[in-house]
Design a protein around this ligand. Structure first.
Ligand SMILES: [Zn+2]
Length: 203
């Protein structure tokens, strides 16, 4: 669920009896961050000690990764503070703090698609939480609190020269792997915020 994404779904397949499978409806970090918990609502027949393969719904995850990475690009195209966001399969939005900025659906989409065309690489490095707190501008969007690891480090995500921020989500290897994007909707959210919703252009 890092970076505001929904948890992955998929299935457990019992080794040696491939007809026996169990849906995984959500995944999340355990509270102590020591591992990942798979939510398996119907597990009749599954016994402690059974060996299983864990299969991710990759088509869904691949779309979530594209939208998540595209929201990074949106956060650089619209030069305003981000107050919230949501990621779904094939669409997502960010809420921006209002100002006298003029929102233009076509211009915002063109700005995102230009960064996709430029095929910027997505790179990672880790800093300790203290270093991050002396650079608060790196905690920009997507998450309320920086996603610290069990060892207290925070991951920084750098997208070419376009974007640098702390983020625990999943991303494409480079922006050129994102499908073309359209701006589906821009609407007011209360007095203070505007919501910009993006989606795949061919959806
Ligand atoms: Zn991210």
């Amino acid at each position: 669920m890092g970076g505001g994404q929904p948890g992955d779904i998929g299935k457990l397949v019992v080794l040696g009896n491939e007809d026996e499978e169990y849906a995984i409806t959500d995944t999340r970090y355990s509270a102590d961050k020591s591992g990942i918990e798979h939510v398996v609502p119907s597990k009749n027949g599954l016994a402690i000690g059974d060996k299983v393969s864990v299969i991710i719904d990759w088509d869904r995850r691949y779309k979530l990764m594209q939208i998540h990475t595209a929201l990074h690009l949106l956060s650089t195209v619209v030069p305003l503070g981000v107050t919230g966001g949501r990621i779904d399969v094939g669409k997502g939005h960010l809420d921006f703090r209002s100002s006298d900025y003029t929102y233009d659906k076509e211009a915002i989409a063109a700005g995102i698609n230009k960064l996709i065309d430029e095929n910027h690489e997505v790179e990672y490095n880790f800093v300790d939480a203290a270093e991050l707190s002396s650079n608060p501008e790196l905690v920009k969007t997507m998450s309320v609190a920086p996603p610290a690891t069990a060892t207290g480090e925070v991951r920084l995500v750098k997208i070419g020269e376009a974007d640098l921020q702390s983020c625990g989500g999943t991303h494409m290897k480079s922006t050129g792997d994102i499908q073309k994007i359209k701006v589906a909707k821009i609407k007011s959210k209360g007095k203070e915020n505007k919501r910009v919703q993006i989606a795949f252009a061919d959806a």
